[in-house]
Design a protein around this ligand. Structure first.
Ligand code: NDP
Length: 454
């Protein structure tokens, strides 16, 4: 890392924002990659581009009071962080999870800015959420929370200002309640949210887009060697939106997904998760809201391995496979997991989740010659299809499933070209982590230069 990057990281980011480890990790990874760009482009240094990129345009933190089913008052904390509007309105999801804090929201918003730049669509970067835990809450409790959350958030968002979407803990149910309250307060029906229901402004393929996009991108890498995902054994973590549709696309393309997980543990189904078994998971996770261990109760040929916090590694990553799709949460693969993946024969990691690999894990994988498709590229299909939803809302039209899917596939191909070309241009051929960071950075940095000191 060059002096400008190192100084900005050590004397600006770490000093101004101590106690934000996830944010520091995300910044360090980008700075590592863009260092050679800054070596050759003094105009970015003079314009203080890095200092501007790490400082959010706006951060809103607010109280979210609500009443639970017993009539007790609960108070949560809400966030919306508007990182960059350099190339379009702020865009990024909302996460509801007890672990949510400013560091996590900020790392997600920072990453989102570069990811959105890669989609080829005009979207800036933002992220938000709350430490509210929807798990175990009744539908009415979730609704009351969402209504209270939106009663503050509505004043900061709008179709041309900031367009939120879902993330961990925010799926179709939550988006319905949030959008309903937004519409009621604003008295307008605009595309201020993406991931909406199909019958009220949503786009075909949006629920599937992140998982499908990750598999399409993996296909692009394999195609370089005239190979495909067909016949490949795949490890998938998580069992939420991203994991579900990663598995669906893998099954459609003839691959063999063998694992799924949640915070309680993981299932390993050696023979492969079939369409029928996936339908069971979709019902389990989206309707009855059960736990993944019920998969092994229903299908005894699968084994359930409970999560063991005393272990320093996740046994899910020890199984033999060709490709891994981490699709649960940040830092779910550490250096030991990475070494186990290498030992198990995995040659490609496709990051469905945001920042699922620790810095040490990424180094270990890349040193062993494993290809890593970073989240900024691999899971960009979700936000790209959100961008398509915004287009359809603006035009008051609705594209068919086939049209939306083919546009998504085209965007994933365009992302692959950009990250491949950027890596090659800076002497890092085949390094998709560097390629994604450099391509995203250049687009945002050039917009900042054009727009003056803002
Ligand atoms: P969901 O809430 O639908 O599912 C999350 C899944 O991950 C659940 O199975 C959950 O288990 C598991 N999980 C969450 N936290 C942990 C943890 N600390 N340890 C182990 N397992 C955990 O979220 P999504 O599928 O939407 O999101 C998953 C990842 O993908 C996140 O990193 C998100 O930022 C990223 N992403 C999502 C996009 C989208 O379109 N939805 C777009 C781009 C990125 P449990 O049910 O037990 O909590």
């Amino acid at each position: 890392m060059n002096k400008y990057c190192r100084t900005t990281l050590e004397q600006v980011v770490r000093v101004k924002d101590p106690g934000q480890p996830e944010f520091h990790q995300a910044v360090e990874e980008v700075f590592d990659s863009v260092s050679p760009v800054l070596d050759t482009h003094s105009e970015y240094r003079q314009a203080r581009i890095l200092e501007r990129m790490v400082e959010p345009e706006r951060t809103v933190i607010f109280r979210v009071p609500w009443v639970d089913d017993r009539g007790e008052i609960q108070v949560n904390r809400g966030f919306r962080l508007q990182m960059s509007s350099a190339i379009g309105p702020y865009k990024g999801g909302l996460r509801f999870h007890p672990s949510v804090n400013l560091s996590i929201i900020k790392f997600l918003a920072f990453e989102q800015t570069f990811k959105n730049a890669l989609t080829t669509l005009p979207m800036g970067g933002g992220k938000g959420g709350s430490d509210f835990n929807p798990k175990g809450k009744s539908d009415m409790e979730v609704m009351r929370f969402c209504q209270s959350f939106m009663t503050e958030l509505y004043r900061h968002i709008g179709p041309d200002t900031d367009v939120p979407a879902g993330d961990i803990g925010v799926g179709g149910r939550e988006i319905g309640y949030l959008y309903g309250q937004y519409k009621r307060i604003r008295n307008e029906f605009t595309g201020t949210f993406t991931g909406k229901g199909l019958g009220w402004g949503g786009s075909h393929i949006r629920p599937e887009a992140t998982g499908y996009g990750a598999v399409y991108l993996a296909g692009e890498v394999l195609a370089l060697k005239k190979d495909s995902v067909c016949g490949k054994t795949c490890l998938v973590s998580g069992s939420g939106n991203v994991a579900q549709y990663t598995v669906e696309k893998l099954i459609q393309l003839g691959a063999k997904p063998v694992t799924l997980s949640d915070t309680g543990g993981y299932i390993y189904d050696e023979g492969g998760i079939t369409r029928e078994k996936l339908d069971f998971v979709l019902r389990l996770k989206n309707v009855t809201r059960g736990r993944i261990k019920e998969y092994a109760e229903k299908y005894p040929e699968a084994v359930f391995v409970p999560a063991d916090p005393s272990l320093e590694y996740n046994p899910l990553w020890t199984h033999k496979a060709d490709i891994a799709f981490p699709s649960a949460t940040q830092n779910e693969i550490n250096a030991t997991d990475a070494a186990n993946l290498v030992k198990g024969g995995v040659r490609l990691i496709t990051e469905g989740a945001n920042m699922p690999c620790t810095t040490a894990a990424t180094v270990c994988l890349m040193d062993a010659g494993v290809k890593v498709l970073p989240a900024k590229a691999a899971n960009a299909g979700g936000v790209a299809t959100s961008g398509l939803e915004m287009c359809q809302n603006s035009m008051r039209v609705s594209w068919t499933r086939e049209e939306a899917d083919s546009k998504l596939h085209g965007i994933m191909r365009a992302i692959f070209r950009q990250i491949t070309d950027a890596a090659e241009a800076y002497g890092e051929k085949g390094n998709y982590v560097a390629g994604a960071n450099i391509a995203g950075f250049l687009k945002v940095a050039n917009a900042l230069l054009d727009q003056g000191v803002v």
